[in-house]
Design a protein around this ligand. Structure first.
Ligand SMILES: Cc1cc2nc3c(=O)[nH]c(=O)nc-3n(C[C@H](O)[C@H](O)[C@H](O)COP(=O)(O)OP(=O)(O)OC[C@H]3O[C@@H](n4cnc5c(N)ncnc54)[C@H](O)[C@@H]3O)c2cc1C
Length: 417
């Protein structure tokens, strides 16, 4: 058997490898450098009955400060391949397939696609993390979701111990969910006994299907406003990407790129894309006392999913609460077809928790100053601080509106059900 993986002499803590910068020591950290090594690392952990946590960019994980007694596996494979011609002949089929191993940085992939004039992914610019995790929670923003682009996902099935290709139709994609995520939970935020904090299916690679073209329609009203155009207008892809990055930066919804200069995150992004991301934050760096002011970016992004409630619950909300009718297919079938999605940010704000809210003056765990839905680590917060803040918000929203907020990040060692 070839030497397929390497275990470092010392291991990082979860705080070193997550965007929240929180979490305890790791018993074993393995970084396979090929597909066989990845499967072997996962299979070794499973056959020895050890807890397994696959980690990508660590941007959707809030981990306990307690020691993690198992194996953390990070896929170091990066790369993008295009099996079809990138530029089809005049009048030909504009469809283009694009494949990337799970460890590829997501925004490196988006940036590549935009440069290659591939349409459909530009709205997902600037989302932190990896290609592998993107399909676990079906990342989405500005009217696009990765689930709408997936052709197939190559997985290692930890239960049946085989590799398989899951097609988009098998993956049960819904709002911030997929078949992969569903295998991790018995009920919302209640971990499965076997497959938590990593799904039954470990992603090996993802194939997306995009279209060739140099401009795309701006579907999202918020984005259209930022671009000063009508929704539905067609604009060059690069312009849309830059607008998305600007809007995200204004909400603290880009990760701190300086993390990729640390020992444990170095090499996890393509050098040229990292340079661009670093250049983009130079202007943000000087705080009033010359300190770095990127602390609002140490988060998991949106901490709670937007609740999907029955029509009756939605009717009881104040008239100005946002309401979006949703397809019941991916929701609780018992609730009937009339389901309504409302805004977690609106509920939090209208329960008295405004931007910047914390449980005590100077507390290192606080809501972002730019975005009500992001819990941030202002430096030195522990998992208990973030859990106390999250619970206070859940209880407040429950009390005010009778709606229970479900966390979006995966929370090993932490119960926020
Ligand atoms: C500033 C900020 C902004 C964000 N904005 C958005 C947004 O706009 N939209 C959105 O949808 N999300 C957003 N997120 C959340 C996050 O970026 C996504 O969930 C992302 O896909 C997580 O990727 P990751 O590689 O960091 O996953 P990780 O946090 O490393 O892992 C998350 C989960 O995926 C599992 N996992 C990781 N790799 C694999 C694999 N190969 N196979 C199987 N399971 C795996 C892990 O075990 C874990 O359960 C944001 C986060 C931050 C910090």
């Amino acid at each position: 058997m070839p030497e397929a993986s390497s275990t470092k002499a010392s291991t990082p803590t979860f705080a070193d490898i997550t965007t929240m910068g929180v979490g305890g020591r790791i018993a074993s950290f393995v970084q396979p450098h090929d597909r066989v090594g990845l499967i072997e690392a996962v299979e070794n952990a499973d056959s020895n009955g050890l807890p397994l946590c696959m980690i990508g960019g660590g941007s959707n994980l809030l981990v306990s400060d307690k020691d993690f007694p198992g194996v953390v596996v990070r896929d170091t494979r990066q790369g993008i391949s295009v099996p079809d011609e990138v530029a089809p002949p005049e009048g030909g089929d504009p469809t283009v397939h694009i494949n990337a191993p799970a460890g590829t940085n997501w925004d490196d992939l988006v940036s590549y696609c935009v440069r290659m004039h591939l349409i459909g992914i530009e709205g997902l610019s600037g989302i932190p993390g990896t290609v592998g995790a993107s399909v676990v929670q079906n990342i989405g923003a500005y009217g696009q979701e990765v689930g709408g682009l997936v052709d197939s996902v190559e997985v290692w099935d930890r239960r049946d111990k085989v590799t398989a290709y899951l097609k988009a139709a098998d993956l049960n994609f819904g709002y911030r969910t997929s078949l992969l995520k569903q295998t991790m939970y018995q009920a919302p935020a209640v971990p499965d006994d076997h497959f938590f904090p990593t799904p039954r299916y470990v992603v090996l690679s993802v194939t997306l299907v995009l279209r060739h073209g140099s401009s795309a329609r701006v579907g999202s009203a918020q984005l259209a406003k930022a671009l000063g155009v009508e929704p539905g207008s067609s604009l060059p892809l690069e312009r849309i990407r830059q607008a998305v990055l600007t809007v995200r930066a204004g909400k603290g919804m880009l990760e701190d790129p300086y993390r990729y200069l640390t020992d444990w995150m170095g090499g996890c992004r393509r050098a040229s894309d990292l340079e661009e991301a670093l250049a983009a934050v130079q202007g943000d760096l000087q705080g009033p006392r010359g300190e770095r002011v990127l602390l609002d970016r140490h988060s998991c992004g949106s901490f709670f999913t937007n609740p999907i409630v029955t029509r009756e619950v939605a009717d009881a909300l104040p008239t100005d609460a946002p309401r979006y009718f949703v397809d019941a297919v991916h929701s609780d079938p018992a609730a009937g077809p009339s389901l309504v999605k409302t805004s977690a940010a609106w509920l939090i704000d209208h329960s008295g928790f405004h931007k910047g809210f914390s449980l005590g003056e100077g507390s290192a765990a606080a809501l972002s100053d730019m975005h009500t839905l992001a819990l941030t680590n202002r430096g030195g917060a522990g998992s208990d601080d973030l859990v106390a803040l999250a619970r206070t918000i859940q209880e407040g929203v429950d009390r005010t509106f009778g709606i229970h907020l479900v966390p979006e990040p995966v929370t090993p060692g932490i119960n926020l059900a």
